[in-house]
Design a protein around this ligand. Structure first.
Ligand code: ADP
Ligand code: MG
Length: 691
């Protein structure tokens, strides 16, 4: 029954099936895992005279008067009912599209109403209560199976148009009555060790909790369950990689130091530590799979370069992929210069490289004449072939999907891979998102950087900000002004880059300003960026397209308009664009409105420049769902688990996942088969990972 499509339920036609599909519900089993978003406690049954202002209660009363229409409010109109029991009367008000509701009530019949009560002009009122017709004793035998009486603690489900709570409650009850068909997928040992309740008990009590304690047990089990499956999925892919393939052993005679000694600065201890971790991986026969996290400006490029050096000296080729043309070019120029003294050849590939040049480059690449290739996602095209690819590095990895990463890796025979990200990821989240990677952190900036002075300001202080900006620009510095929108929007009252640009260039004709946004052609963007690099453009007015990696040391001012619309991690990235040279830099956050969260964020930005702390705060304030698009990473959706709140459960689940895989690495033992299937199922629906 659980595997039947929803259309096999009586009363579910194409319309309802379509509405259910929007909730990702295709078969009856799916109702079991559509968890309530809230509950209604209907155990608070009251007589009308006992009601008090503000409480939620369940009242049974007879409808004595129905007033339709009333006044129009947009397209909606009011439906007013006067309902009575033996103690008093209650006004029930709906604001709704005409039709359905008006037919739902009949004068003289008795209904149960559940909702919040308010005292309006001396009269008790309920707005938009949940309701159901009460059945008198005789009516139940009318042939139609008795309508289930809804009492106790009831689930409130997420809805989509065309569905009612009542529908969903009926479907979830139906699914629960067949829950026995679904067998427990967690091994008995796992349940015992972690004191988890059984699956059926958990499902029953997450939908229709019998009491608070049982609800808590159910919720704990299901959260643990989600986090465990997640960890298992991630660790399973990894164990597959670790156990099935032998990687390259890079030469231990060619040390990275030989390269880093040639740099004009000594490495920071943090860079050294990370390099030694990478060097160890490279020299071992295991396939390196490493995430290098380092705040903006921590010097990840030098780390990448040292690893590429070692790969080439060991007789392999290396590739470095960056998310934008500008960044790829920046890397290409820098690394060509640094590798020249070692006679290492570097090539560049992006979509803008001409056909003839491209052909030449690819032929050299396939013969080993180009030793290091740097470029954009154009690198993953199928005709880009290496002679002997040994090391794959992607920069600013959150811009790339997991698939793109692995496509690049497939161009070699299990090459070592490294991803570098400037987005500081809180430990709890990194474990989830990158559980398949080892993590190295460059937790220190090169010495001598002046911290960026950060100020949170109001819209009324904008003139003063402009004045300050002009003063700096006239001293020879450059500035960024970032806005959340490209153009004006009817829906959002935020400043747009276009609007600011027009205003600015109108008022200050003597200053060269330019507009940059994502909807512009690549060529145009590149020209403007080149102009800014060369200092011909003094003020760059843009959307967040400039967020990643741009390095213009002469730029010292970062003005962010509508700062309240940006996430903390994003503000931190933007701020990282300044403070890169020897001049004092400033980050000026202009916020509209007075929301508490906005104020908190501004305070955090003013008080710290530590990307990891900022990321932790961001996670706390916004929740992981929004935290730079967790879903985008192809991790199955977490329905009950909250990485911000459930760190302790996460570590218990991780421990358990480790334990299960330690004793049975491919989960092939009898009892482990079911959990393996379940992992495959949840990862499969997330469109990810074949195990
Ligand atoms: P990110 O980690 O943001 O990619 P980069 O690799 O672009 O940072 O480095 C930022 C700047 O710091 C570059 O100009 C680089 O030359 C410089 N740099 C890197 N490492 C050091 C160091 N150990 N000492 C001084 N400057 C460094
Ligand atoms: Mg970088």
């Amino acid at each position: 029954m659980l595997q039947e499509p929803v259309s096999s339920i009586r009363g579910v036609g194409p319309k309802k099936a379509g509405a259910l599909k929007k909730l990702d519900i295709l078969k009856i089993e799916d109702f079991l895992f559509l968890y309530p978003r809230n509950y209604e406690d209907r155990s608070n049954r009251k007589k009308i005279a006992q009601l008090s202002d503000g409480e939620q209660a369940y009242v049974t009363a007879q409808v004595v008067l129905i007033v339709k229409g009333g006044f129009r409010y947009g397209k909606k109109r009011t439906l007013k009912l006067l309902a009575q029991d033996e103690t008093g009367s209650l006004e029930v008000v709906f604001f709704a599209q005409a039709g359905y509701l008006e037919k739902a009530f009949q004068q003289g019949r008795t209904y149960g109403f559940f909702g919040r009560v308010s005292l309006q002009k001396g009269r008790m009122q309920m707005m938009h209560p949940e309701f159901q017709e009460e059945q008198s004793a005789g009516e139940g035998s009318c042939g139609e199976a008795a309508v289930q009486r809804e009492e106790g603690i009831l689930p409130v489900y997420p809805l989509s148009a065309g569905l009612t709570q009542r529908d969903l409650r009926r479907y979830s009850r139906l699914a629960l009555s067949h829950a026995q068909e679904l067998s427990e997928y967690l091994p008995a040992q796992t349940l015992q060790r972690n004191r988890l309740c059984g699956l059926h008990y958990a499902l029953q009590n997450i939908h229709y909790p019998q009491d608070r304690t049982k609800y808590k047990e159910a919720k704990y089990r299901l959260i643990f369950d989600e986090l465990l499956l997640l960890q298992m999925g991630i660790l399973l892919t990894r164990s597959k990689i670790d156990h099935q393939y032998t990687g390259i052993r890079f030469s231990s005679r060619h040390k990275m130091e030989q390269f880093t000694d040639s740099l004009p600065y000594p490495l920071t201890p943090a860079q050294k530590k990370v390099l030694s971790e990478i060097e160890r991986d490279m020299e071992s026969s295991k396939v390196m799979n490493r995430l290098v996290q380092g705040d903006v400006g921590s010097g990840k490029t030098a780390v990448a370069a040292a690893a590429l050096y070692k790969a080439v000296k060991s007789g392999y080729q290396g590739v470095l992929m960056a998310p934008t043309e500008i960044l790829a070019m920046q890397h290409y120029e820098g690394l060509s210069r640094q590798f020249a003294p070692f006679g290492i050849t570097v090539g560049f590939l992006s979509a803008t490289v001409g056909a003839k040049e491209r052909r030449q480059l690819l032929s050299q690449l396939s013969e080993g004449g180009v030793q290091i290739l740097i470029g954009t996602h154009a690198l993953i095209q199928s005709d880009v072939a290496f002679l002997r690819l040994g090391l794959v590095i992607t920069d600013e990895q959150h811009r790339f999907g997991v698939d793109q990463r692995s496509l690049l890796g497939e161009k070699g025979d299990h090459p070592d891979t490294m991803v570098m990200t400037a987005t500081p990821i809180p430990r709890t989240l990194a474990v989830v998102l990158y559980g398949d990677l080892d993590i190295s952190v460059i937790d220190q900036l090169p010495p001598g950087r002046q911290p960026v002075v950060t100020k949170a300001l109001r819209a009324t202080q904008r003139e003063a900000v402009l004045e300050f900006l002009l003063k700096e620009v006239n001293k020879g510095r450059q500035a960024y002004i970032v806005a959340p929108l490209i153009a004006e929007s009817e829906q959002l009252s935020a400043r747009s880059a276009t609007e600011i640009y027009e205003e600015f260039s109108g008022r200050f004709a003597q200053i060269s300003a330019a507009l940059l946004h994502g909807a512009m052609k690549q060529k145009e963007k590149d020209e403007i960026m080149a102009g800014f690099y060369e200092g011909k453009i003094q003020v760059l007015i843009s959307t967040v397209v400039i967020e990643v990696g741009i390095n213009v040391p002469n730029a010292t001012i970062m003005v962010i308009e509508n700062a309240e619309r940006f996430g903390l991690a994003q503000l931190h990235q933007l701020r990282g664009r300044v403070g890169r040279g020897r001049h004092q830099s400033y980050c000026l956050l202009i916020s509209e409105g007075e929301s508490a969260v906005a104020r908190q964020r501004a305070e955090i930005m003013q008080s710290t420049s530590d990307g990891f702390r900022i990321a932790e705060e961001d996670l706390r304030l916004r929740g992981p769902g929004e935290f730079f698009g967790v879903r985008q990473h192809g991790v199955p959706e977490l329905k009950l688990a909250d990485l911000g709140k459930h760190a302790a459960i996460l570590s218990a689940a991780r421990e358990e996942a480790r334990r299960l895989l330690e004793s049975d690495v491919l989960l092939s033992d009898g009892e482990n088969q079911r959990i393996k299937q379940r992992v495959q199922q949840v990862f499969h629906t997330a469109g990810q990972l074949q195990l």
